[in-house]
Design a protein around this ligand. Structure first.
Ligand code: FMN
Length: 191
């Protein structure tokens, strides 16, 4: 099983990227988590450019989504919404409608912010956008507020409760991909 992980933040020391690294460490050995490293390269959406062949970075984004069994997206909150570059990438991924790579794709949304609420508004917006594309948005969430205080010096989520919640999100995502096998085949590392 392969999960494609996308951080909505392009920042080098991003807390949202950090959450995805923590997720990779919780997953069982037979579940691969690939961090999508190419978000910055996706050009601004222009319907005139939305033809075949697609711009190279768009083709890479669509192929990465199509080649995964599920998506895990971690978003910061920018002015109470999702970062423009993340929305832009999802707009590209949502086309063409008839072969939209997001359709029926299980997607879990998590988020971190420096504020108290852990990007909950951005997460709500992201779930709305994903639902509009036809993705299967998982009903599980993780909101990491005060993000700079939530990771130890090794980048590990310092709070056991947050690690547990992240595990629950991942379990729900794995279960959405393989409902019958989820418990027996895909067992998470202890939080
Ligand atoms: C343009 C901009 C707008 C922001 N707006 C919000 C906001 O509305 N709510 C919030 O909690 N944090 C806001 N922040 C702070 C982000 O939560 C913080 O920069 C966070 O660390 C970004 O995630 P990252 O660590 O993954 O880069 C904003 C930051 C930027 C740069």
């Amino acid at each position: 099983m392969k999960i494609l992980a996308i951080s909505g933040s392009l920042r080098r020391d991003s807390h949202n990227r950090g959450l995805l690294v923590n997720a990779a460490e919780l997953l069982p050995a037979d579940v691969e988590l690939e961090l999508f490293e190419d978000l910055r390269a996706v050009p601004p959406y222009d319907q005139d450019d939305d033809v075949e062949p697609a711009p190279a970075a768009v083709a890479r984004l669509r192929a990465a989504i199509a080649g995964s069994d599920a998506l895990l997206i971690s978003t910061p909150e920018y002015n109470s919404s999702i970062p423009g570059q993340l929305k832009n990438a999802l707009d590209w991924a949502s086309r063409p409608i008839e072969s939209n790579v997001l359709r029926n794709k299980p997607v879990a949304v998590i988020g971190a912010s420096t504020g108290a609420f852990g990007a909950v508004w951005a997460q709500a917006e992201l779930r709305k956008v994903l639902a509009a594309t036809g993705a299967r948005v998982i009903d599980a969430e993780l909101a990491v507020g005060h993000a700079p205080q939530r990771f130890d010096e090794h980048g590990r989520l310092a709070d056991a409760e947050l690690r547990e919640q992240l595990g629950e999100v991942l379990n729900a995502l794995l279960d959405a991909v393989a409902p019958k096998e989820a418990e027996s085949e895909y067992t998470l590392a202890p939080a």
